[in-house]
Ligand binder design. Sequence first.
Ligand SMILES: [Zn+2]
Length: 240
Amino acid sequence: MKKIIQIPLPYWNERPKKCAVKAIVLHCSAQEGVPMIKLLRKLHLSSHFVIGSDGRIFQPVPEAKRAFHAGVSSWRGMNNLNHYSIGIELSSSSMGEEAYTPQQLASARSLCLDLIRRYNIPAQNIVAHSDIAPTRKPDPGKAFPWQQFAQYGIGLWYDLNDAGKVAENDVEKLLRQIGYNTDNLPAASYAFCRHFLPELVAKQHDTHRIITDIYPENFVLPKEYLPHLKACAYKFSKRY
Ligand SMILES: [Zn+2]
């Protein structure tokens, strides 16, 4: 793996007792590596890693510490993902609307694989910020190649052939089986699309609106995509 450049930020605290690392949260921000770290400093936020579009990896917070990247969040029964996760920020001037660079994806893959191996992180827990905070966050955006990452053993992707193995047809229950908090069903459904059906996520040209208009208020998963959701719930029900 690439040499990791240490640029410490003071915004972290201790992980609560019994909160081992068991998740990776992927983010994006519009700034490049060093300016992004400056912005985090200004906002009193942090992340364990920042990956620039040139593929350079920066580390503002030691892995053992609790960085401030996820905010109010939940996933698969975990609340406050900062307790349990490693946060990785990717630079993306389009906020994840346009493709990430190959150098950046290569760095993200090797970093994730190393973390997964060292902490034995379950495949279900490699998530987007949008997965764990569906009403508040859009990142790392629909251009993040989750399907390709799953082929490398980072996170999960579905096989439509599995849809028939799931009897459940209730969208809310299926989303919950995957790990989503469904208190706001349109937001959770749209977050599912950001990760697993990016073709259903509207193209957003105005970067500002990406972070203000998180989900269409009345969004309902189109019926013809129910098999995708079922196949995904099936994948997430297995042990890895
Ligand atoms: Zn984020």
